[in-house]
Design a protein around this ligand. Structure first.
Ligand SMILES: [Zn+2]
Length: 184
């Protein structure tokens, strides 16, 4: 239902009318919290509250944007730009981040989900080619060769393919923690 359909709408149960309202509330996601303003409709007689799909989506996106700003996390656009610059698919970027599903990565770029600070820190390391290649080797992700660069390991001697001694088997970051979404 669109916003205009609810404005002034009759609440049949009590005979009141719905009017636009807003509230400031604390939203918590992935252990972070942020204060956001949410818009909704409230019956002027009985106080019943209704939210349209648009209002829910806007509230989610507002919460995600506020969270990113408050915690100085990469924005949706910055994540998209980073992924594009590296020539990675959503799936590949998720794989580099300990198997985060590609739908979550897409959600980050659409401003629907927010990455947690640990994932954010890991993402930032990917601008360093060496760090990126190390992570890719561990995650089993084949990186596209950067434009103008020589193909890696032309001799095919496998140097650099040997796993590091004592490399952690289990993820250092809880992928689940990056999956939480802003919402009610
Ligand atoms: Zn009512």
């Amino acid at each position: 239902m669109s916003d205009s359909l609810l404005d002034g709408y009759l609440h049949r149960r009590c005979g009141g009318r719905y009017a636009r309202a807003e509230e400031t509330m604390m939203v918590r996601v992935s252990g972070m919290s942020s204060q956001v303003v949410r818009h909704f409709f409230r019956c002027d007689k009985c106080g019943d509250e209704r939210r349209t799909v648009e209002q829910r989506e806007r509230a989610e996106q507002t919460a995600v944007a506020a969270m990113r700003e408050e915690h100085q996390l990469l924005t949706a656009r910055e994540i998209r730009q980073l992924r594009d610059a590296l020539g990675l698919t959503h799936q590949q970027l998720g794989d580099l981040l300990y198997g985060i599903p590609k739908g979550i990565v897409e959600g980050w770029e659409r401003g629907r989900y927010v990455q947690n600070p640990q994932v954010d820190a890991l993402l930032r390391t990917f601008t360093d080619r060496e760090a990126l290649e190390q992570r890719a080797a561990k995650a089993g992700v084949a990186l596209p060769v950067p434009e103008g660069a020589e193909p890696a390991d032309p001799a095919g001697d496998g140097a650099g393919d040997v796993p590091e001694e004592g490399a952690p088997e289990s993820p250092a970051v809880d992928a689940e923690a990056g999956v939480a979404r802003a919402g009610d």
